[in-house]
Design a protein around this ligand. Structure first.
Ligand code: BV8
Ligand code: ZN
Length: 247
């Protein structure tokens, strides 16, 4: 059982705004493979081959095959203890914001109400030509689905070299600036500008709490680092916090 620092509990008791900045690691306990870990999907495939616009134009079938494979895993997955604990913190703190790099929609399905999705959402799709959205089940019976204008339909996720959705990034940035405690959960913190939000939170005076299986480039600026499974650690933090309210 991971020992949670009493000073962190004391800080939480004085806090109003909590941010959970999450990456693929938070969904690994739901059975969704991470990108760069030992079971990482990118060990076999390279991001440049798949998560970028040119790869899609060159070989839309292959890119859609990858996303449909991930979509199937995501639809069979359930939010895990980490997602559920984050949703439960909404009952204990004035402002709880999730800023996620994940596209799997699990935070919302767990009950989190304020979620900024920096890299899009696998449930949404749009036409690369006229930008019309197609969010119902797509028909792949005649190959890659096309818009009525003839344009290819793509998943609404942010690929390498693409800008993050302005409203989502600004929402995440605002939350980072006004956060009292900024949890960094299950991310290797190598992808920018998303990972830059941790530095924004730090510079704005937030207490940084890292939750990961292993050290990351952020460990050096974290005020607390807990190494273990996100589900257990986050549950442990909330339980210790609730216990402290009894005295
Ligand atoms: C952009 C969506 C132009 C699609 C993804 C500086 C500034 C700006 C850009 C860059 C920059 N430097 C480099 C760049 C370019 C690039 C980039 O960051 N490259 C990196 C790789 C070097 N960034 C971009 O291209 C971005 N756009 O730059 O536009 C621009 C330029 C300037 C200013 C503005 C704009 C777009 C990046 C978005 C790419 N899209 N995915 C899809 O999902 O298919 S990235 C992909 O990586 C996912 O979104 C993923 O979330 C993200 C980060 O990965 P993680 O979530 O951290 O997952 P990972 O597997 O790496 O790590 C999992 C961690 O969990 C591990 O540490 C593991 O130990 C831990 N873990 C595992 N299990 C558990 C656990 N922890 C706890 N409990 C467990 N059970
Ligand atoms: Zn179109």
């Amino acid at each position: 059982m991971i020992q949670i620092d009493k000073s962190l509990i004391d800080t939480l008791r004085k806090s109003e705004s909590i941010v959970f900045f999450t990456g693929a690691g938070i969904s690994s306990e739901s059975g969704i493979p991470t990108f760069r870990g030992k079971d990482g999907i990118w060990n076999k495939l390279k991001p440049e081959e798949l998560a970028n616009f040119n790869a899609f134009i060159r070989n839309p079938e292959m890119v859609w095959e990858w996303y449909n494979h991930r979509k199937k895993i995501i639809h069979e997955a359930q939010p895990n203890a980490a997602h559920l604990t984050i949703a439960e913190t909404q009952n204990h703190f004035k402002n709880v914001t999730v800023v996620t790099q994940n596209i799997d929609n699990l935070h919302r399905r767990a009950g989190s109400n304020t979620v900024f999705e920096l890299h899009g959402n696998i449930e949404r799709n749009f036409c690369i030509n006229c930008k019309k959205y197609y969010n119902e089940e797509l028909d792949f019976s005649k190959g890659v689905p096309k818009c009525e204008c003839g344009g290819l339909i793509r998943p609404d996720v942010v690929w390498f070299g693409e800008y993050l959705p302005e409203d989502q990034f600004l929402g995440g940035e605002k939350a980072a600036i006004s956060s009292d405690v900024f949890f960094v959960v299950g991310t290797s913190a190598v992808v920018y500008p998303a990972a830059g939000l941790v530095y924004t939170a730090k510079q704005s005076g937030a207490t940084i709490v890292e939750v990961n299986l292993e050290e990351t480039p952020l460990s050096s600026i974290a005020d607390y680092s807990y190494f273990g499974k996100a589900g257990e650690i986050l549950h442990g933090v909330l339980e210790e916090y609730k216990l402290s309210l009894k005295y």
